[in-house]
Design a protein around this ligand. Structure first.
Ligand SMILES: [Ca+2]
Ligand SMILES: [Ca+2]
Length: 344
């Protein structure tokens, strides 16, 4: 049971048709032989091959782009209305390119359960963040949607002032054990001091990953997070299935499905969502200081995690359950999250 794995949830644009088959096997489906859970993202991050070397640095930036999804959910105006600089968002994914200029200074603390594709157990600190370096790109993409800096270049995230706890619970090919995910959830909840219910606990946990079943350890970790007022956000999965993958399926978790820029639910998005967010052609940060445009419920989830951070900034005395209700109720007529509704 404890060796089960989860995977990323994203979808390749270029290889959309191929990806549609590939994802069924690798994204939100647990391979019962290997007991794997997977990322919910693009073919780029889920091909099982070793991560390519980082691409060369991009040309000098010339102006900041507001990705369509950031504009669509009214994030810029909402972020302008609050100070979210004290909010800590834990990202459980493939790590973070903490050297990316559009994510500079955001890494606070974390832990790595993988080095490359090899299991590990390494602390990540501001002095030595290296164990949490992203070898895939997926985690860095998620991070950029949550909180890429509002500056003169690149992209901007939903909540540009937030900081990150980074848990490398997925390896460089996008797979991770259920136990690594569960341990990441517990560590994020407890924070650097190891004690739940103190000021250094994560405020939000964002998980762009999933598998078709759960484990006792995973559910216990989710329940621990919820009991200590951590808002837990997870992707529904990319299998075009009628119900969410795990951990999104657990009660109390905000379950995020994906829509395109025409307000239509993405063909791949598992249903049973409690809210929708942009998840098709999402531009965000990538490895080596670059940017990439990919699709998946993996890409929708960080939009909602960012909105949850803004909600905490506006309502610091709320319980986690109150924040969850506020966020899940902050939707437009299409069911798409609207950041402006959590900062009123
Ligand atoms: Ca920027
Ligand atoms: Ca703590």
């Amino acid at each position: 049971m404890t060796n089960k794995k989860l995977k990323l949830l994203s979808i390749s644009l270029v290889m959309l048709f191929i990806a549609s088959i590939f994802l069924v096997n690798s994204v939100s489906a647990i391979d019962t032989q290997n007991n794997q859970v997977s990322l919910l993202c693009d073919g780029n991050c889920d091909d099982g091959a070793p991560a390519p070397p980082p691409p060369p640095p991009p040309p000098p930036p010339s102006g900041q782009v507001v990705p369509w999804g950031i504009a669509r959910i009214n994030a810029p105006a909402a972020a302008a209305a609050v100070d979210e600089s004290g909010i800590k968002v834990a990202i459980i994914d493939t790590g973070l390119d903490y050297n990316h200029p559009d994510l500079a200074g955001k890494f606070l603390w974390g832990h790595s359960f993988y080095q490359g594709n090899t299991p590990a157990n390494l602390a990540c600190t501001t002095v030595n963040p290296a164990p949490c370096l992203d070898g895939n790109g997926h985690g860095t993409h998620v991070a950029g949607t949550i909180g890429a800096l509002d500056n003169t270049f690149g992209v901007v995230g939903v909540a540009p002032q937030v900081n990150f706890y980074i848990f490398k619970g997925l390896d460089d090919s996008g797979s991770g054990s259920y136990s690594a995910i569960a341990q990441s959830i517990t560590m994020a909840t407890n924070g650097p001091d190891g004690i739940p219910g103190t000021a250094d606990d994560a405020d939000v946990i964002s998980m762009s990953l999933g598998g078709p079943s759960g484990t006792v350890e995973l559910q216990n970790a989710i329940n621990h997070a919820l009991a200590y007022n951590v808002v837990v956000v997870a992707a529904t999965g990319n299998d075009a299935a009628p119900s969410p993958s795990y951990p999104a399926a657990y009660p109390g978790v905000i379950k995020v499905g994906a829509v395109d820029s025409s307000n239509a639910i993405a063909w791949f998005s598992n249903r049973g969502e409690t809210i929708l967010a942009p998840g098709v052609n999402v531009e965000s940060t990538w490895l080596g200081g670059t940017y990439n445009t990919i699709s998946g419920t993996s890409m929708a989830t960080p939009h909602v995690a960012g909105v949850a951070a803004l909600a905490w900034a506006k309502h610091p005395t709320f319980t986690g359950s109150q924040i969850r209700s506020l966020v899940e109720g902050a939707k437009d007529t299409f069911g798409i999250v609207d950041a402006s509704k959590v900062v009123i």
